[in-house]
Design a protein around this ligand. Structure first.
Ligand code: NI
Length: 251
């Protein structure tokens, strides 16, 4: 399996070596680690260069856009010379927290989409309670980058709209929650060739570890739940999502 979105630098309960060992003991062969804060960019680039199975995405999360400065564009371009940096993320819109930032979020999102296009990199999109604006901005400004809707949280209808654009749908631990009816419907309906799995660790820990700290090893519970929902085998979900991730990130 490949955990396509995991913040291993934010997991306080385990060391990086423990995280990587647990992951590999549980069949996770590669990890994609996005930056969130501007200050994460160096950390992610360093983790990716140090550990063979770790790949990095660089960008600034919508909730952290106050830290955005345009010179980050050159910094990301410089870091992206490494073959271990494989995309831009996580970027997008988050209207859940501070609504006064909405306009700045849009501006920074567009700048980072243009950067991804220039580098011909895939984009890991964070969209929280901003489905329409995220969709509109991506369809207007994205020219050539593969789009991944990370930790997808929309309806089945919105999922189909995204898939129609050729975008990938990444599903995380929420799908294992008993009351996540909408997510379970999405997981059943995503075309297999557009499906990715992730943990978003240390957040959104899947059942049976819900409430505890998340880690990449637990991505198997996401794959298992999706397999159950689709009446297929764990192996099929594992194999297809791994294939998709390798294609998207060229790894
Ligand atoms: Ni994230």
């Amino acid at each position: 399996m490949i955990d396509t979105h995991t913040h291993i630098n934010c997991i306080d309960d385990f060391s990086i070596d423990e995280i990587l060992k647990n992951a590999s003991d549980n069949g996770v062969e590669k990890l994609i680690v996005p930056s969130a804060y501007a200050s994460d960019i160096d950390i992610v680039a360093e983790l990716a260069s140090k550990y063979e199975n770790v790949y990095g995405l660089l960008g600034v999360h919508p909730s952290e856009v106050k830290d955005w400065t345009d010179d980050l564009i050159d910094k990301i371009k410089e870091c992206a010379k490494s073959p271990k940096i494989v995309g831009i993320g996580e970027i997008g819109l988050d209207y859940y927290w501070d609504k006064s930032l909405n306009d700045l979020q849009k501006e920074v999102f567009i700048k980072q989409i243009k950067l991804a296009n220039e580098l011909n990199f895939p984009i890991s999109v964070h969209d929280r309670e901003a489905h329409k604006d995220s969709f509109d901005i991506l369809t207007e400004f994205n020219k050539n980058s593969i789009v991944i809707m990370h930790c997808f949280s929309g309806s089945v209808e919105f999922m189909h709209e995204c898939v129609k654009q050729g975008w990938y749908i990444a599903i995380g631990g929420v799908v294992t929650f008993k009351n996540a009816i909408k997510m379970k419907e999405v997981a059943k309906g995503v075309p297999l060739d557009k499906l990715l799995i992730e943990t978003d660790a240390p957040y959104l820990t899947p059942v049976p570890y819900r409430g505890k700290t998340n880690q990449p090893a637990y991505v198997k519970y996401v794959a298992e739940e999706i397999a159950n929902l689709r009446n297929t085998s764990f192996e099929e979900i594992n194999e297809q999502t791994t294939k998709n991730a390798k294609l998207v990130f060229k790894i």
